[in-house]
Design a protein around this ligand. Structure first.
Ligand code: GDP
Length: 217
């Protein structure tokens, strides 16, 4: 309790490197491993990233008008790239607009050579939406390692949260090790998430494992 030296994923540096606005658009050329964060608009992604990375600047960049629909890239500690995917499924826009997230997010994931894993955020208070299910189906089709974070856990009583964690996990057929309960208000789950991210970063790319012949230099 007295020291933060044992805290996983301490941010020593954070640099915004740019945004990808379309599937064929700019993206960083880097050999650093990438971890991407995805979730419905308003799920609590900015608040979570702020807790995880301890940098308000990051949330400011990602919430700038024009950047909210881009894939935003941040270099953390010169060790990895944090990829902030645009929030999807905003309820108050048309069906066509709501479907717009798919090509960009899916295109990014299919084309990223360095992607090591996805952190998918779900609001613990709600049943997963159709968009959440589409996203999870897509992730399992691509085969990318996925951690699911249930956000805003502080809004439920102990009994409600146990029920919701059980029912969401069962509904989506998730393993309990894959699911992290998180609160940006209390900080609960922050270190567990940081350790899970470090775990993903320490793995070789699942693409190399899945297709060894594709790894030739
Ligand atoms: P984003 O659109 O996914 O980036 O969501 P935000 O981080 O902007 O959060 C959306 C709303 O939920 C804001 O009003 C936040 O204050 C609130 N919120 C986010 N995380 C939490 C949390 O862990 N607990 C509570 N009580 N509120 C949260």
């Amino acid at each position: 309790m007295s020291a933060t030296s044992g805290e996983p994923l301490v941010t020593r540096s954070l640099e915004f490197i740019g945004g990808m606005a379309s599937v064929a658009g700019w993206r960083p050329e880097s050999s650093l491993p990438e971890i991407a964060f995805a979730g419905r608009s308003n799920v609590g992604k900015s608040s979570l990233l702020n807790r995880l990375i301890h940098r308000k600047k990051m949330a400011r960049v990602s919430n700038t008008p024009g950047r909210t629909r881009e894939v935003n890239f941040f270099r953390v500690n010169d060790a990895f790239i944090l990829v902030d995917l645009p929030g999807y499924g905003y309820a108050r826009v048309s069906k066509e607009k709501r479907a717009e997230w798919r090509p960009l997010i899916e295109g990014f994931m299919r084309s990223s050579e360095q992607l090591r894993g996805i952190v998918l955020l779900l609001d613990v208070r709600h049943d997963p939406t159709k968009d959440d299910r589409l996203m999870l189906d897509f992730l399992s089709e691509v085969g990318v390692p996925t951690i699911v974070v249930l956000t805003k856990i502080d809004k439920l009583t102990a009994k409600q949260r146990a029920e919701q964690i059980f029912s969401i996990s069962r509904d989506l057929a998730l393993d309990s090790e894959q699911v992290i309960a998180f609160s940006a208000v209390t900080g609960e789950g922050r270190n567990e998430l940081a350790e899970a991210v470090e775990g993903l970063l320490s793995q070789p790319s699942w693409r190399a494992v899945a297709a060894p012949e594709a790894t030739a230099e």
